[in-house]
Design a protein around this ligand. Structure first.
Ligand code: SF4
Ligand code: SF4
Length: 424
């Protein structure tokens, strides 16, 4: 798709500002009613989905151009998709998130790069990793000492994909190690691609770097095909989003599961028995790319027609993706199956969840905005009385951990997989 494909959406934005909030019937308090971190932080209309429709239209019409402020509007965006869910309530099937993603891709195509993103993409091209300073030679260091097949010279139909954050973040590598340990305990025949695993490309895609995304996606697809892999399991929500929604457009037919889906099956099938009590009150954060953007999505390609030169109809009918079919129940079922644990919900959950702040390259380019967004979620978690905030994405966990450490809060932060290990 291209920015031009969303011209009709840009023109049909009714300036209602619904995209700035969660839907009205889901609001439980004024304090946690906002949905879009970008407009909430910047408090200027351009930093909303509505504003980004206007910016996209201006660029297509050749008006304005890329000033510093315009580039700030384009890139200070988390790609979280909250606007897309709210918009579906008021305008049925406009796609503000796709417009934003295409806007970033157009800026990159036009050579309007954000300087803070350049070293990240350089590292991606050189070392296959989105984490500056990390090298390909160390990609599988996290697995040292574990009993797991190397699928470059051994056979298994299921591959575990660690991703950049879990491969290199020393504090979080334990998540990938626990995943392998749990699969071993359940008797699952699983392996890894080791140094032949490359970045999924998801974050590059979200930052507008389409060529780089395509290159690394094709590398991974080829590597899995050559190894005879049928299913890929990942603990990273960004990776999950790419494999599930973007890779099929490049021909991938590989089954994709997030670790929470796989573990949920293993627990329900009795292959993992959670017997130890964890007497703790927890709340769960839905990662954007596992939740609302984790639902199956096929870009609509058709023609728009007008009835009476006014009412737009789609031929063929355009599906309405509102985030409702993301991965919401498996993580909650896992938590609820742990003896002694009590799950209390935040006000904004499931497809209406507030973003962690790490998306769209903002954690690297706009650390203050990213930290503020995480801080808002921490405050929402604290308001439930929970002792711990649980998530299922290493990028969320990184941002939340940094937030509670910096602000000296007592809230604990865990990946759900750590609770499963403790309860065995
Ligand atoms: S909710 Fe949709 S139609 Fe309304 S202002 Fe936002 S982008 Fe425009
Ligand atoms: S993707 Fe998220 S940050 Fe960007 S406009 Fe939509 S709600 Fe706001």
């Amino acid at each position: 798709m291209a920015l031009e494909d969303y011209r009709s959406d840009q023109e049909r934005c009714s300036h209602c500002s619904y995209c700035k909030w969660i839907p009205q019937d889901k609001i439980k308090s004024w304090r946690f009613a906002q949905g879009c971190p970008s407009i909430a932080y910047s408090n200027f209309n351009a930093y909303s989905a509505r504003g980004r429709f206007a910016v996209a239209k201006a660029i297509l019409d050749g008006k304005g151009g890329y000033t510093d402020r315009v580039l700030d509007v384009i890139y200070k965006d988390l790609g979280c998709g909250s606007c897309d869910v709210s918009d579906k309530v008021c305008r049925y099937n406009l796609e503000p998130l796709q417009n934003i993603l295409e806007l970033k891709a157009r800026a990159v195509e036009d050579g309007q790069l954000l300087p803070q993103h350049v070293p990240i993409i350089d590292n991606l091209i050189k070392e296959g990793s989105m984490m500056v300073g990390t090298v390909k030679a160390n990609r599988s260091d996290w697995v040292k000492g574990l009993d797991v097949k190397n699928l470059n010279n051994e056979k298994a139909e299921i591959a575990f994909f660690a991703g950049c954050r879990l491969s290199y973040d020393k504090e979080l590598q334990k998540i990938a190690r626990i995943a392998i340990d749990l699969f071993n305990q359940a008797g699952i025949d699983i392996g890894i691609m080791g140094k032949n695993e490359s970045c999924c490309g998801s974050r590059a895609y979200q930052m507008g770097y389409r060529n780089e995304f395509t290159k690394f996606a094709k590398d991974n697809i080829d590597t899995w095909q050559n190894a005879g892999v049928k299913t890929v399991v990942t603990s990273c929500s960004d990776g999950y989003f790419a494999f599930k929604r973007l890779y099929p457009e490049l021909g991938s037919q590989i089954e994709v599961l997030h670790t929470v889906e796989f573990l949920d099956h293993l627990i329900k099938d009795g292959k993992l028995k959670l017997t130890k009590s964890i007497p703790m009150t927890v709340t769960y954060h839905d990662p954007c790319h596992l939740g609302r953007q984790g639902e199956p999505y096929i870009p609509w390609q058709g023609k728009e027609k007008k009835i009476l030169n006014q009412i737009v109809v789609y031929d063929p009918p355009k599906p309405r993706y509102n985030g409702a079919w993301g991965i919401y129940d498996p993580p909650r079922d896992i938590i609820n199956s742990i003896p002694g644990i009590k799950l209390v919900e935040m006000e904004r959950i499931r497809e209406y969840a507030w973003c962690c702040g790490a998306g769209g390259g903002c954690i690297d380019a706009y650390p203050e905005f990213s930290a503020w967004t995480a801080g808002e979620r921490i405050e929402e978690a604290n308001s439930t009385g929970a002792e711990a905030l649980i998530t299922a994405c290493p990028w969320c966990e990184r941002n939340f951990l940094d937030s509670v450490t910096t602000t000296g809060q007592s809230l604990k932060v865990f990946d759900i997989i750590e609770l499963v290990q403790q309860a065995l």
